[in-house]
Design a protein around this ligand. Structure first.
Ligand code: SF4
Length: 192
């Protein structure tokens, strides 16, 4: 039986495990519903998602929505789409630039309970290397995306849709030609 979502969300929002390592007070950002068919397993919120309390509330979200051919209404339809990062609080910046990786404490603590509360998921998008490694074990992002068929019908690996991925897309034209049409077809089937 699926766990009560309200109680689970209350427990997650009270979590302070990573507080000593975070730049701001913990603010887990996730979207879950027992009726969701599609799970977007992502990395960690950025600053805009942290401020808004809404996942992919930035240019990365615009790119991901373009890949999925979804408008914001479809993307944030919580009855159909769940969004759960590997680390649910904004992790801060690396000294070398860029966002820090997802907090490693988060998935072992929460992921099993969250998945148990999502009994209707048909397809999980593994967005970015961290999400892929969490579910599939260590591996190479580009190879996994190119071999996406290997992970169907349960998983669909994708790059992280950050601005850096624009250059990656230009270097890997098969992504737009082969992967994105298959992505849209499999997402439509998950909703079907
Ligand atoms: S990242 Fe996860 S484990 Fe860490 S404080 Fe936030 S909810 Fe808790």
């Amino acid at each position: 039986m699926a766990e009560d979502i309200a109680r689970l969300l209350a427990d997650i929002r009270a979590c302070r495990v990573c507080a000593p390592h975070l730049p701001f007070a913990p603010r887990p950002v996730l979207h879950i519903s027992p009726t969701a068919r599609l799970l977007i397993a992502s990395q960690a919120p950025g600053t805009k998602a942290h401020d808004a309390g809404i996942s992919f509330f930035d240019a990365s979200g615009d790119r991901l929505r373009a890949w999925l051919n979804m408008d914001r209404g479809e993307f944030y339809d919580g009855a159909r789409v769940a969004i759960v990062p590997a680390g649910m609080c904004y992790p801060g910046r690396l000294a070398s630039g860029g966002d820090a990786p997802p907090r490693p404490e988060c998935a072992p603590l929460w992921r099993a309970r969250i998945l148990a509360a999502l009994p209707a998921i048909r397809l999980t998008l593994l967005v970015g290397g961290y999400a892929q490694n969490l579910v599939l074990g260590p591996g190479k992002m580009t190879e996994r995306v190119r071999d996406f068929r290997r992970f169907l019908p349960h998983y669909f690996p994708l790059p992280h849709p950050s601005w850096r991925t624009g250059a990656w897309e230009r270097a890997n034209p098969w992504f737009g030609e082969l992967v994105l049409p298959a992505l849209r077809k499999n997402v439509a089937e998950a909703f079907g």
